[in-house]
Design a protein around this ligand. Structure first.
Ligand code: MN
Length: 266
């Protein structure tokens, strides 16, 4: 339950990710347990599924993301525990481990369906209920035991995330249907446009394949979004130099422009 592995992988002077504060568990005592899913475009696109347990976030990387159809079992690779504060993180990781874009895709609370979470984890069969914006109802994480044995970190890292049959199950592709952030309502390009679209000019996190192509499109769209916003500012500054008579009219139109650009930003 320590964050050593998490901290060892990161350089906190170059990543915006939180280092994690001590004593987080004590402050959370008696509160509902937090869960989140972060959509992460790094060397590959994946969804990081995180459950609060004993002051940290237990974490699994789910390449295809959660599925609402109980017949669709999704591979979930167990990764290092993350600090609780990580659960609200959304932004751009400029370099190093996990370099790419992180979107807060879903968040809410979770309830274990067994009394002893540690025993369930040890057994490799954790049943729980989610109450998020997108994911709800009963789910299970089952360790597959050896199917991917020999893979990095050993075979015991591979689990399956499966939806149980209940009123929240269905065939809807939730990652397609609800693809945006629950924090900013933005897509990857909006998150990147808030930062620096050209950040990975020389060393892109995803170089080839689907993720590489996706990232190239996102970088281009983010640059356009950013240019559009900067362009609006320049036009406003120019119009301020015009005559007094015209100025009165322009003030109200620039107010409108400002409030519409604000709307776009949220
Ligand atoms: Mn990740």
């Amino acid at each position: 339950m320590a964050l050593e592995e998490y901290r060892k992988k990161r350089n906190f002077s170059s990543t915006p990710e939180p280092a994690g504060k001590p004593g987080a568990a004590a402050k959370r005592a008696g509160k509902p347990l937090f869960f989140c899913v972060q959509k992460h475009l790094a060397s590959h696109l994946h969804y990081d599924f995180r459950l609060e347990h004993k002051g940290v976030l237990l974490s699994w990387a789910v390449p295809k993301g959660p599925a609402l159809d109980p017949a669709t079992k999704r591979l979930a690779m167990k990764v290092e525990d993350h600090p609780l504060e990580y659960g609200e993180f959304e932004g751009v990781i400029p370099e190093g481990y996990g370099a790419g874009i992180v979107m807060l895709w879903d968040r809410g609370t979770w309830t274990p369906e067994s009394d002893d979470v540690d025993a369930a984890l040890k057994k490799g069969d954790l049943k729980f209920t989610l109450d998020g914006y997108k994911l709800k109802g009963s789910w299970v994480l089952v360790r597959t035991g050896g199917r991917y044995a020999g893979a990095r970190g050993g075979g015991d890292r591979s689990w399956l995330l499966i939806k149980h049959r209940d009123e929240w199950a269905g065939e809807l592709d939730i990652t397609e249907f609800a693809s945006r952030s629950v924090k900013s309502e933005g897509d990857f390009e909006d998150i990147l446009a808030e930062d620096t679209p050209a950040i990975w000019k020389s060393n892109r996190p995803a170089k080839g394949g689907d993720a590489g192509a996706m990232l190239a499109t996102i970088i281009e769209r983010a640059a356009k979004l950013k240019a559009k916003r900067t362009g609006t500012t320049t036009a406003r500054a120019t119009s301020a130099k015009t005559t007094k008579v015209a100025k009165t009219r322009r003030v109200s139109s620039s107010k409108a422009a400002r409030s519409s650009s604000k709307k776009k930003a949220t």
